[in-house]
Design a protein around this ligand. Sequence first.
Ligand SMILES: Cc1ncc(COP(=O)(O)O)c(C=O)c1O
Length: 356
Amino acid sequence: MNKKHNFSAGPCILPPEVLKKASESILNFNNDNLSLIEISHRSKPFVAVMDKAIELVKELLKVPKGYSVLFLQGGASLEFLMVPLNLMKEKGGKSAYTNTGAWAKKAIDEAKQLGETIVVGDSSDKNYNYIPKGYIIPEDVDYFHCTSNNTIFGTQMKDFPEVPSLMVCDMSSDIFSRKIDISKFDLIYAGAQKNMGPAGTTLVIVKDDILGKTGRNIPTMLNYNTHISKESMFNTPPVFAIYVSMLNLQWLKDHGGIEWIEDLNNQKAEMIYNEIDRNPLFKGVAEKEDRSNMNVTFTLTDPNKESLFNQMWENSGINGLKGHRSVGGYRASMYNALPLESVQALVNVMKNLENN
Ligand SMILES: Cc1ncc(COP(=O)(O)O)c(C=O)c1O
């Protein structure tokens, strides 16, 4: 299982033991001679899965009282719309965003459809290779929205600004990878398919008392209160994605939780960035202080080495290293389940390139 070093940007690597249990559940879940995907989502065994998944999110992230944890559908992309629908006032509504990459831009475009949306920090002038800082968020906005980790460009917010309004964050590509003080945020969302589980569900952590205050008529499925009142079972939930997420969060807890993974993720990042900075054949794309621990973007300094490098990493069992088309070069995505040995394998290839 997982014989390749999988550096895919998402969907991405999951722990082999999680994949094994997930595959067993398809044939025979809980030894009941039924498949997980053929039982009712309202049956006791599945309700127990949902409850456990929510409990693990709360425990791992130390979610304070007063927040709801939801498993929704539509990906992080639907949250781009649900956030302004649920938080921007109908009359005179206003929001502030940072534009730090393609996903942030999509979130901004949705918000613009519903009300005045200002961009307070913007790194598009340098193809998003840094995190804007020192920007001012006006007092009169309904909420501020940022993206904690920019998957495509390889930048990550190392700290978060003090905000005079509600604070919303797209944490799709670094949730569960490091300690986060949830109490600083009013709403966090994340597509599952990086550090949580397979594609198909979206995690939302929302402070209950911020909802229902916009004066808008919100369509039922797009209203967070609908999903809170029905405990993420207003309609049939994506049972498989939630089950595998639960297994993966249990895996994280069993190994030592967020503190353990943050330390491992720091080690992985240090290993590869050290090599990028040491080896004259490579150059990092993102500004050093804003480098992501999850997605490492880099290029070759000598384009003539490209086909040789590609051949070498492919021959070493490495998968998913090609950069996004809007950045070029390479992107090593190092999500939680990627072992240190895989990063070592890539670093070895980078070192060997110097001898060829
Ligand atoms: C930071 C970020 N936000 C949003 C998305 C979109 O997520 P989804 O495909 O779940 O809609 C992605 C996808 O990679 C992402 O990396």
